[in-house]
Design a protein around this ligand. Structure first.
Ligand code: SF4
Ligand code: SF4
Length: 204
C-alpha cells in the first residue's frame, strides 16, 4: 500500500512553464490520493494542459497503452508529461514515452501491504521524496543496487552493476535516458540530492 502527496507548489509551477499532458491514476486512491488538490491544480492550469487521461492502475503497462493510443495527438502536442500517481505509474509512462520528459506530480510514501498491479518491471521503494523529475523517470533508489542519489559509484563493468552483474547499472540508464531527451544538463544543475530519511515512514 502507499500514500501519495502532491509535490510542492514551487515544483509544480516549474512543470507548468510549458504545455503538458496529464495522467492521473486512481489505482490506490482508497488509501490516499490527493484528488481534490490535483483537480484544483488541473483547473487552475487548464490553459497549459493539452489533454488528460484518468486511469485505474497506471502501473499496468498494457492497460495504460490502450488509453494512451486514444490520446496520441494531445500527447504529441505537449512539451512534457506530468503523472499524478505513485512512482511506479510515472516509470511506466516514462518507459512508454521514452523521448518525452515525464515528471512525477506526487511524492510516494510507504504503507504496509500490496502495491498496485505492476509486474515489477518498474519498482518504487516509496521513499517519500520522488526524484524521477531529475532522473528522466528512472528510479535511482530501485535501479541502483546502492540506491545512490549523487551519480554512479564507478564500479560498473560493461554496463553491468558491480553489486549485481545481472542488472544494468541504474546510473548508466539514468544518463542514457536524460541524453535521449536532451536533458543531461539536469545532472550538472542538480549535481547532488539529499535524502530526507524522516520521510520514510515504514512500519506505521
Ligand atoms: S524516487 Fe523511486 S522510490 Fe522514491 S518515490 Fe520516486 S519512484 Fe519511488
Ligand atoms: S554499479 Fe551502478 S547500479 Fe551498481 S551500485 Fe554502482 S552506481 Fe549503483
Amino acid at each position: 500500500m502507499l500514500i501519495t502527496k502532491l509535490k510542492s507548489q514551487q515544483e509544480l509551477d516549474r512543470y507548468f512553464d510549458k504545455r503538458v499532458f496529464i495522467f492521473k491514476c486512481y489505482g490506490c486512491s482508497e488509501i490516499y490520493f490527493p484528488e481534490e488538490e490535483v483537480n484544483k491544480l488541473i483547473k487552475e492550469k487548464n490553459e497549459k494542459i493539452t489533454g488528460l487521461v484518468e486511469i485505474d492502475y497506471l502501473c499496468n503497462e498494457d492497460f495504460a497503452k490502450k488509453y494512451i493510443e486514444k490520446n496520441t495527438d494531445e500527447i504529441q502536442n505537449a512539451k512534457g508529461i506530468i503523472v499524478f500517481s505513485c512512482g511506479v505509474g510515472v516509470q511506466v509512462v516514462a518507459k512508454i514515452f521514452e523521448k518525452s520528459m515525464v515528471v512525477p506530480g506526487c511524492d510516494t510514501f510507504y504503507l504496509n501491504g500490496f502495491q498496485g498491479l505492476t509486474v515489477l518491471d518498474c519498482d518504487c521503494n516509496q521513499c517519500g521524496q520522488c526524484y524521477l523529475n531529475y532522473t528522466g523517470g528512472v528510479c535511482p533508489i530501485t535501479s541502483c543496487a546502492k540506491s545512490l542519489l549523487n551519480g554512479p559509484c564507478g564500479g560498473a563493468k560493461n554496463r553491468k552493476c558491480e553489486v549485481n552483474p545481472e542488472i544494468d547499472c541504474g546510473w548508466i540508464l539514468i544518463y542514457e535516458r536524460l541524453k535521449k531527451i536532451n536533458k543531461e544538463s539536469i545532472l550538472k544543475e542538480k549535481n547532488y540530492f539529499v535524502r530526507d530519511f524522516e520521510k520514510i515512514i515504514k512500519g506505521i
